[in-house]
Ligand binder design. Sequence first.
Ligand SMILES: C[S@@+](CC[C@H](N)C(=O)[O-])C[C@H]1O[C@@H](n2cnc3c(N)ncnc32)[C@H](O)[C@@H]1O
Length: 487
Amino acid sequence: MAVAKLGVVYTPRDVAAQIVERTLAPLVAGKAGDEILALRVCDFAIGEGAFLVEIVRYLAAAHGGRDAKRLVAQHCVCGADIDPAAVATARAAVEAFAGGPVPHLRIGDSLALEWDRFDAVVGNPPYIRQEKLSPATKQALRGYASYDGVADLYVYFLELAHRLAREGGRFGVIVPAKWLTAAYARPLRAWLARERSVEAIVEAPGAFPDHDAFPCIVYGERGADHARSEGAEPWHTDDHADAQILARWATLPTLGEALVPSRGVVTGCNRAFVIAGATRARILDDDPGCAPLIRPFVKGRDLRRWRAAHDDRFLLMCDRGIALPPAIERHLAPLRTDLEPGTGRKPGTYKWYELQDPIGALAKSTEARLFYQDIQTAPACALDTTGLVPDTTVWILGTGDRFLLAVLNSKLYGWYARRRFPPALNGAVRPKREYVAKLPLARPAAGLRARICELAQLQLSSPTPARDRELDALICEAYGVSGNLIV
Ligand SMILES: C[S@@+](CC[C@H](N)C(=O)[O-])C[C@H]1O[C@@H](n2cnc3c(N)ncnc32)[C@H](O)[C@@H]1O
């Protein structure tokens, strides 16, 4: 696998074949050989020619005549790539496969080239983050309906796939699934929703085995009438049963109506502000009055279901405007150069001995709160009533509600999170504020709610797997779904 500045991740053959087949099947159905040779199919980022070879293979099989591969390569296969070496490699690959020339390959920037319309467009466009795009490129991209100053380059290729298809023409492209939810793809989603051309979105998590992209394949037909009610809002790829469950929950109140998740503390220099128990003891020997300024500190990785596991780690709570006790100053002073704003840490108006960002009210609260990790591999929500201070890898909710605690530790929550939260590596999800805010909160009858809270309370002191299973079933009951669906 080669990942270079041109956004190159070549497409495995089986993935290209699958996309070519699904995109072209409706176009070849019932067609005679000469009609098949009249089709024009374009790959706008041909790379090593993985798609081109599959186009030849598929159309030649549909044609079925003598010399079909050579004829298809000559008449049907079109494409471009900005990289001359890629075009040469692709040309050689198709020629070797088809046994004849491929005259309709071009070198150039597909987003600028003058194009004809095609019967179908397939491809795996370059994924290039906006920071890497030149100002001239960005300026040129302003002409796209999906323009957004921070959009990745693939966003424009997805729009291009639609634009290059003739009326009734089809497209099938593999792109990162991020466009389904990312803010930078709002204009793209709004535009595609208006065009009503997207027929299916198929998540393809294993498509690039060596690469940490989360791709999806977008199939469409220009001039079709596939409504997307989400418009610019995040799009989802639920199957029918899931969509029905989620639609039923649409009338429930959401977490965001009652609570605003808040992040833990950013020190800007953990070496200075995060100390072990032995250092804490030394500072307190020096000045016992410092005790309220030294609080147990937890990270996302310390969180377990129900409770956090506090390690030997404490935070010097040097919030904005603090009167710095000499005992703490003596600890921080040797690191002063590393702590100065603008040189050691992020520029700002804070003092060298203060934490980089002001401490949020929920982070320093000693009231009951719920904590969960910013990257979750499984549901894990911890209740804290002991005044733990979390770091920035933890989200905090200002409530000790045992029902919500049980929900956030349930299989049902995990099921929801996999369908609604942005994905992270290895099947994990990122429960960002705006997504968690939309979590529907069931309103069970008082008796069921009380039972769930009672079991959650028992899990806090002595958790058992059997009680977890009982809670999973009760949470499903509260949400009105069969536990079998939530696996
Ligand atoms: C992700 S690779 C995909 C290659 C090919 N579709 C395949 O599956 O093997 C992306 C390709 O886009 C090309 N590329 C990057 N920017 C381009 C642009 N503006 N116009 C055309 N091709 C571009 C790169 O040279 C690279 O070959």
